[in-house]
Design a protein around this ligand. Structure first.
Ligand code: G3P
Length: 217
């Protein structure tokens, strides 16, 4: 399973990249807006740090506008994945961009049929938003299961990119289902790293080493 980091915060992207935790990045207008400044500068910084797929989102609402913005985004780097919302116009844009060989990430997916349509249109990634479904008492993980079943039934090669992740169990369950990628906030990625028994074990090893050598090497 690949991990992307779901942020536009460059310091967190650098830290996670240095830890070897991430294969790519997803952003959206909200995440870029949180960081402020010039979004193009921010996107360029991210593309300098991460050589894997970096999702940058269009904001046009008509297919022609989305395609123009997609071409503009692609000039920033070969590894740019164009994020397109799951709308009727978005599907048209995905179909055209797919025929041009441009990778897309179809975002704001909340139902299995939306995912099926995104895959049929030629989307490279489809992004079910599981945390937002859980928040309204629907089951985000069932959506991931349904999409996995549909894609396997028909041999769709679109990658399931689990988004709107809130905690480590989301990622563990998505991995067990066979989702291809999870895009994870920095804080949740750091939760994977830590375990109280690791901390306890290390403290004990270091204490014993100190008894043996006074703490010297
Ligand atoms: O970037 C897409 C998605 O992961 C954002 O989810 O619900 O945390 O805004 P959310």
């Amino acid at each position: 399973m690949r991990f992307f980091i779901d942020t536009a915060k460059i310091e967190d992207i650098r830290t996670a990249a240095d830890q070897g935790l991430i294969d790519g990045v997803t952003t959206n207008p909200t995440l870029l807006s949180r960081e402020g400044g010039d979004w193009r500068d921010r996107a360029k910084e991210i593309l300098e740090v991460v050589k894997g797929p970096v999702s940058l989102e269009v904001v046009a609402e008509d297919a022609a506008g989305m395609i123009l913005q997609a071409h503009d985004l692609k000039k920033m780097g070969d590894n740019v994945v164009v994020k397109i919302p799951m709308t009727p116009e978005g599907l048209k844009a995905v179909k055209t961009l797919s025929s041009e060989g441009i990778d897309t990430n179809v975002t704001l997916i909340f139902s299995p049929l939306q995912a099926l349509l995104a895959a049929k249109a030629g989307g490279t990634y489809v992004s079910p938003f599981i945390g937002r479904l859980d928040a309204i008492a629907e089951n985000g993980m069932s959506l991931v299961e349904d999409i996995r079943t549909i894609f396997d039934n028909y041999g769709f090669t679109a990658k399931i990119l689990v988004a709107s992740v809130r905690h480590p169990m989301h990622v563990l369950e998505a991995a067990l289902i066979g989702a291809d990628v999870a895009t994870v906030p920095f804080a949740v990625l750091q939760q994977f790293v830590h375990h109280p028994l690791t901390d306890k074990g290390l403290a004990s090893f270091l204490g014993d080493w100190k008894k043996l050598t006074g703490g010297k090497w």
